[in-house]
Design a protein around this ligand. Structure first.
Ligand SMILES: O=P(O)(O)OC[C@H]1O[C@H](OP(=O)(O)OP(=O)(O)O)[C@H](O)[C@@H]1O
Ligand SMILES: O=c1cc[nH]c(=O)[nH]1
Ligand SMILES: [Mg+2]
Length: 207
């Protein structure tokens, strides 16, 4: 599986704000929006473009548009904090929604919402979720997408655990990963260490 770790001084400073336990909910949401800008920018680096003629006030020159506008899929709740920025960067994109809450005892994903187009065979899909821990929530989302024909899926995360990366790799699904960090591992509660805590709670408060 292709994994791209976005290694940039500005991404590192924003990730530090997210990791810092003193960062309040509003500052966490703001830093997540800014970091999402960088992650999506990198994730779409190789997106194909179509050329067309554009008229400047002076002459005709090359214009470019995305050849195949993607679908953005935030995984609720935590992925909601990434979708506004991603939509601003890619205004042509559609948006689908998946809601999953991890069971705190079993650490298994418990899905509660899916709102996705029926046919995703022609569409690149960018799944937005800041945390890839065991990988269960991302794999459930990817399975929903693959069942609709998706063949070009990118997981856009902030922090990934090696266990989650390995789970995506082992799945054999057509997915690549863009993340700001791959951390050391998971603790006994399946939280990423050092991580940043619960990305949903840190944006919106406890559920
Ligand atoms: O890789 P996994 O082990 O599945 O864990 C990662 C999931 O956990 C978090 O969501 P959570 O279940 O806390 O829901 P929330 O976004 O509503 O807080 C996170 O946003 C991922 O969706
Ligand atoms: O560290 C973790 C693991 C799962 N979900 C989170 O929000 N944080
Ligand atoms: Mg949570």
């Amino acid at each position: 599986m292709n994994t791209r770790v976005v290694d940039h001084p500005l991404a590192a400073t924003l990730l530090t704000t997210l990791r810092d336990s003193r960062t309040d909910n509003a500052a966490f949401r703001a830093a997540l929006r800014s970091l999402t800008h960088m992650l999506v920018y990198e994730a779409m680096r190789d997106a194909p473009v179509a050329r067309f003629d554009v008229e400047t006030p002076l002459t005709t020159t090359d214009g470019f548009a995305l050849a195949n506008p993607p679908l953005l899929v935030p995984v609720l709740r935590a992925g909601l904090g990434m979708v506004d920025t991603a939509s601003q960067l890619v205004p042509q994109a559609g948006v689908g929604f998946v809601g999953i809450a991890r069971d705190e005892e079993t650490h298994q994903p418990v899905p509660y919402l899916e709102s996705l187009p029926a046919d995703l065979s022609p569409t690149p899909v960018y799944v937005l979720d800041p945390m890839l821990a065991t990988g269960g929530s991302m794999l459930h989302t990817i399975e929903l997408l693959v069942a609709r024909g998706a063949a070009d899926i990118t997981a856009v995360c902030v922090v990934a655990a090696p266990e989650g990366v390995a789970a995506l790799e082992a799945s054999g699904h057509p997915v690549r990963l863009v993340t700001a960090a791959v951390d050391a591992g998971l603790d006994d509660d399946a939280y990423i260490v050092p991580g940043l805590g619960d990305a949903g709670d840190r944006q919106f408060g406890p559920r």
